[in-house]
Design a protein around this ligand. Sequence first.
Ligand code: M6R
Length: 608
Amino acid sequence: MCGIIGYVGAGEALPILVEGIRLLSYRGYDSAGVAVAHDGRLVVEKDKGRIEDLAPSWDRQKLSGSSGIGHTRWATHGRPSRVNAHPQQDAAGDVVVVHNGVLENDIALREELEAAGVKFVSETDTEVFAHLYARLFRGDPVAAAREILARCHGRFSLVFLHRAQPGTLVAVRRGSPLVAGYASGVGLVASDVRAIAGHADRAVEIEEDEIVIVTRDGVAVHGADGARKDRAAHAVTYDDSSLGKGAFPHWMLKEIHEQPDRLADLVAARIDPVHGRIRLDELGLTDADLAGIERVDLVGCGTASYACMYGARAFEALAGVPARMVPGSEFEARAELLGPRRLVVAVSQSGETADTHAAVEAAKAAGARTVGVLNVRASRIARSVGGFVDIHAGPEICVASTKVYTGMLLSLLLLALRVAQARGRGGAALAALRPALDALPDAVRRAIAGHDHVREVAREVHRAQNMLYIGRGPDHATAVEGAMKMKEISYIHAEGYAAGELKHGPIALVSWDVPTVALLGQGDARTKMLANVREVRARDGLVIAVAGEDDADARKVADMILPVPTVDPWLAPLVHTIPLQLLAYDVARRRGCDIDQPRNLAKSVTVQ
Ligand code: M6R
């Protein structure tokens, strides 16, 4: 999604804007641009493409100045192009603006401005803000920003720079995150604290419908009524170590390797070592509330929705509560079916996903209880939900989710067990799982250590155009997620199925050119999976089995093996997903794909 950076200080703005854009690029973008106040003018450089390719061609002399704004754009209104990139300007070049989000009354405002003689040059909704602000500005930036808030509908974070006041950035937040920071003689604003962490000592999270004036003297926050607000600033404590890839060539590989430690931290944080109870202190629900829950809807998008599939199974099996996964975009809040005995669990890495957020708001309006299982505390969904479970995975930079997926699975398992405990039935299940939870980080480490096996498989399959992934029980989610990882970063068409569904249609696709990845699992599921693998082999299909390290039968039926440690069946999906993450990574690498920023994708999807 789009990213915003703004700087005003004594030094050159351009290097800080370019660096900020680079730090925001993990969100996924298709164009980038900057505007700098230079010699009484606002100089704009922007185009489609990557900042690494664009910035070297920008004229540093013309862009010399000590205040400016920058942006990464992920196209919504109009294709990626120079003219549609941000910053957008008014016709006279008095105003530049960068924008995250969507202006909902774009058409009405555009028509009104056109009727007044304004000529639009881009297809963007953002250009409306530039023309409108230019007309509303009479020397008082707060007054102009108030008018913007009053006249514009939708979700938008904006930063304006006016030629008449080159030392003043004007930021407005409605619906999209924005943070303002400062240090001695420096003011900054960004959509993510990461972009300003190297330059700000303290920061203020901008809240809904607030206006912030950013100057060299600091930040001044105003409400939508224009009144000055006293807002506490917090120290900027961004962990710099997470800003680098270290020895890893890609963020994705680094994040795959972080999983053992992240999961160990999560187990340690969540299980009381003395009493063996699950600690979810911010759940906002009493034991009586949890015991009274009659149904759970788990809501998420993409990879988060696959975590929800697993979570729903855990709620039903462990807590005895009917549960289902609903994609965020498909959630319908039927008031007569909701109410306080329905728990809606919103699962999201970013906490900003618009469809998931809308589902939470609808559920709340219908009286349901809401809990967020989220990786970002300072996020929109975190502010909406009644209770919070922190996935605790640390910043995830690669667009394709890896460490947060396993963090989601573990968090949902523990949440299901917490509900089970409140209903008087989780004790035995947790006691049985305790040793397996303690051993989980090491099992994940061993799965990662099997990377050489994955490389061999990648060599075999990287030219495929289609792939199938099959699994049963909790590994149905692993299959769907494995296929998602493959398609999003390697652009191979891959589909995941419940293995029993194979013979009801997808088996028609089976051939040597369409490799099938089979998650064998354990017990009865494994027996059935072995039969499914034979069905594929009988049709000349190439089978890659994710199988226990000692599974001799797997070696007899499959063409290639990805060996994994055998763990408790509830934890198996966390281990089985590791070779699938690595396989997607190796295949994408062999195909020369942009692993960390796949085409057309954004890290956080803030439009519906
Ligand atoms: O931030 P969220 O977890 O809400 O994002 C949901 C999806 O957009 C996300 O999981 C997406 O599917 C990723 N590309 C998965 O790798």
